[in-house]
Write a protein that binds this ligand. Sequence first.
Ligand code: KG4
Ligand code: ZN
Length: 366
Amino acid sequence: MLPGGGKATLAAMLVLGIETSCDETAAAVVTDVAPYIRSNIVFSQTVEHAPYGGIVPEIAARAHLAHLDPMIEAAMAEARVGFGDLSAVAATGGPGLIGGVIVGVMEAKAIAFARRLPFIAVNHLEGHALSPRLVKDIPFPYLLLLVSGGHCQFLIVEGVGRYRRLGTTIDDAAGEAFDKGAKLLGLDYPGGPAIERAAAAGDAKRFLLPRPMLGRDGCDFSFSGLKTALRLAVERQAPDGVLAAQDQADLAAGLQAAIVDSLADRTRHAIAIFRNRHPDGETLVVAGGVAANTALRTRLTNLAQNACLDFVAPPVSLCTDNGAMIGWAGLERMKLGLVDGLDFAPRPRWPLDPGAAPMRGAGVKA
Ligand code: KG4
Ligand code: ZN
């Protein structure tokens, strides 16, 4: 209270968030007063990459260049703010496809320079890690299952900028398992939503696929053996290369069940480790594109309930790549004075826990 009984009104912070690390060109305006998201606009480059069955980095970079200006304009208009109203500009500084990251970082730096605003380079994984705090004021530390197209990790989120990695994949990420599985089944990219749709009409028990790492110590992941098993099943079922619709649905259901079973088993182990280190920890959180999967969300809800943990999953629009999570991580960093210089160099690799032992094996992600 101010002398005289008046209430001090501090201007809300407004941060522009820019995301260009993969195949989504996204911009958003977030604030520190609920509702936190003033706008959140995403352009998915699916059509640009569809003819190639996966993301082509050079095409992604050029598409970001073509689409980013209108995305920012639209995000600012929807939030009804001008550049002069902003408190800071945040952009994904890595990890990701470097051409796209450079596009977003250069744009953010240019706005920051022209408007004399702080610039914040956000680790894309930190964007995912803090995104559930857009939905709920989750106390630190919490256990995070981060499952996306490029990453599959358990992290203890001890605070903004403070992460401990408990486990990671020794080969593919969970999203990759969905994407590569979809390709084998003749389904569209991105594979996760396509598998989920096909699986709805399928029998998960007809084709029994392996559950990678089931019961193993620790909480690392592996999905490449599952991909091989799926390929063999497809070849057996359709020697001529054309799968019947029901076979496709049953195999999709089988693949989804195998991935979810494996993720659930690893989560049980991760919860035990988390409990041991932080007996007071209260929350299990899932983030990243694969967190959009309903079967996974249901399994994690049950696991958390059995372990007496709160479970928080952001809405689907905040699970897949978006600008709001980058703006929000930027806002949380700015509150702690963690801003970056305009000499920040984009980082194709950028582990959240630099102290974690490097994982050895084919196709290991940072
Ligand atoms: O976080 P994200 O948008 O981009 C990365 O940072 O990788 O995640 C994209 C990944 C893709 O592999 C996509 O297939 C997967 O998330 N995904 C899903 C679903 N929606 C997206 N996986 C399973 N079920 C879904 N409904
Ligand atoms: Zn992502």
